[in-house]
Design a binder for this molecule. Structure first.
Ligand SMILES: [Zn+2]
Length: 478
């Protein structure tokens, strides 16, 4: 028994003697309270100290990084946003404002940026759908028109400044230049392969609804004279809210077509900034021809001479002259109180089958190309001039309340207070300027849909503070 114990002891001593100092186990350093095995103590102490400092250093680094991360998360981040601003410039002593698009640093969190992006994507998709649908409709209509249908694509061309072949300097400066208004277009009649290009020329510079219809009159006369079988007329134009997409124009559209004995008509608007087409080409060709004549010593001092000179060329463009007095007279005769068509900005098609009555759609419906004018597609709304009648239940856009619908074409809008949505928060503001697709407010530009409604001017609470009427604010923030 003692022998066996002696041998075991001897063996153990032998093993220990043969072993060199074992490498420091990290485990041991971690638990210094545990009784450690006998080691070479100096080496062990050094290693343990080194380990401890390393560990502390790492801990410190981790804490620092975490702190930084938290700071980053909490702090507002900045991103660049494209904004339009008005800038005052000094132009030879005169103050002038120009619009500049600038990239601005805007504060906000990444979440806000993502939300903003998503809201833009939504608007962009709507815009893109409208562009595609309007072009598809235009194409389909041209291909499917029957002999009883005609399509008129119109646009105002940029005014032509009349010129003298050799002019004294005095004419060049100042207001001596006369201008001619050119209303150009292309007329397609169903069954005929060749469209007719036309242009009306007028010294009158008005482009409002009465002027539009004075320019359209000779064209419609021509159409009815040449093609008496036509009973349905479609119009195609771009949609700036100051010209064709105005309540006055829509009113004339429903009444004039009926007066001329057409059974039905549709007016189709291209999506904003996507309506360039054949009429621009007609205008360009005419102006080039006129400039050529001026170069060949032919004076074109006014609209009358422009019309006469162009008529003498062998142009294929049908030319008509619209007298200034006729435009003035039409403007005077125009009814003063024409009710506004709700949601004019979103409209891309209006259809009429009876005088004073409109069917309004946000995009042009293909049913129209199949002579079905009464379809209810795309949430069609009915509207009657004279008395407002809403038949279809409105569901579009910002509530679609016709009473609260903002009439963007109205010039009285500038200077009015409104409530608008920005990043899901509501802000009151003053409308400074309006363009075809957006509204200017507080030097930034906003899309129409972001402006919720007009509000009465806020009341002064203290000398420096104003407050939006409580009931308005409560209703909108609900
Ligand atoms: Zn339809």
């Amino acid at each position: 028994m003692w022998r066996a114990a002696y041998h075991r002891n001897k063996e153990r001593k032998e093993v220990l003697k043969n072993l060199s100092t074992p490498p420091q186990s990290p485990d041991q350093g971690d638990h210094p309270e545990q009784p450690s095995q006998p080691r070479s103590s100096r080496q062990r102490l050094v290693a343990r100290k080194k380990y401890r400092t390393e560990k502390n250093k790492l801990k410190r680094q981790i804490a620092e990084l975490q702190e930084k991360l938290e700071k980053e998360r909490k702090s507002k981040e900045k991103y660049k946003k494209r904004c339009q601003q008005e800038k005052e410039i000094d132009k030879k002593g005169e103050k002038a404002t120009v619009k500049v698009t600038v990239k601005k640093s805007v504060e906000g969190t990444q979440e806000h940026l993502i939300e903003l992006f998503q809201s833009f994507v939504k608007k962009f998709k709507m815009h893109h759908f409208n562009i595609k649908q309007q072009y598809a409709f235009c194409h389909e209509l041209k291909n499917n028109m029957s002999g009883q249908e005609a399509l008129i694509h119109v646009d105002f061309s940029e005014n032509y400044s009349c010129k003298y072949s050799s002019q004294v300097q005095v004419v060049h400066f100042g207001a001596s230049h006369q201008q001619a208004t050119l209303h150009t277009g292309v007329l397609y009649v169903g069954g005929l392969s060749e469209p007719v290009c036309f242009s009306t020329i007028s010294p009158s510079r008005h482009k409002g609804p009465p002027a539009i219809w004075q320019h359209l009159n000779p064209v419609l006369d021509y159409l009815q004279g040449q093609h008496p079988q036509v009973s349905v007329v479609h119009f195609l134009s771009d949609g700036p809210c100051t010209q064709y997409k105005q309540r006055g124009n829509l009113y004339f559209f429903t009444t004039e077509l009926d007066r001329r004995g057409f059974k039905a008509g549709s007016w189709n608007f291209f999506e904003a900034s996507h309506g360039k087409g054949a009429p621009d080409g007609v205008g360009g060709a005419l102006k080039r021809a006129a400039d050529m004549m001026v170069a060949k010593v032919h004076d074109i001092p006014d609209a009358e001479e422009l019309f006469r000179a162009l008529s003498e060329t062998n142009t294929s463009v049908k030319l008509f002259f619209v007298k200034s007095e006729d435009v003035e007279e039409a403007m005077e005769k125009m009814p003063k109180q024409i009710p506004a068509v709700p949601g004019t900005m979103r409209i891309h098609q209006v259809v009429t089958v009876a005088p004073g009555e409109l069917m309004v759609r946000v995009v042009s419906c293909m049913c129209t190309t199949r002579k079905q004018f009464n379809c209810k597609c795309f949430n069609t709304k009915c509207f009657t001039f004279g008395q407002k009648i809403e038949t279809a239940v409105s569901q579009t856009g910002s509530g679609g309340n016709p009473e609260k619908e903002i009439q963007w074409e109205s010039p009285e809008l500038i200077g009015k207070w409104c409530i608008l949505r920005y990043d899901d928060d509501l802000y009151p503001g003053i409308i400074l300027n309006i363009q075809t697709t957006q509204v200017q407010y507080d030097i930034l530009w906003y899309l129409f849909d972001d402006v919720l409604e007009l509000i009465p001017p806020p009341q002064a609470v203290t000398k420096r503070h104003v407050e939006v009427l409580k009931e308005v604010w409560n209703r909108l923030t609900r």
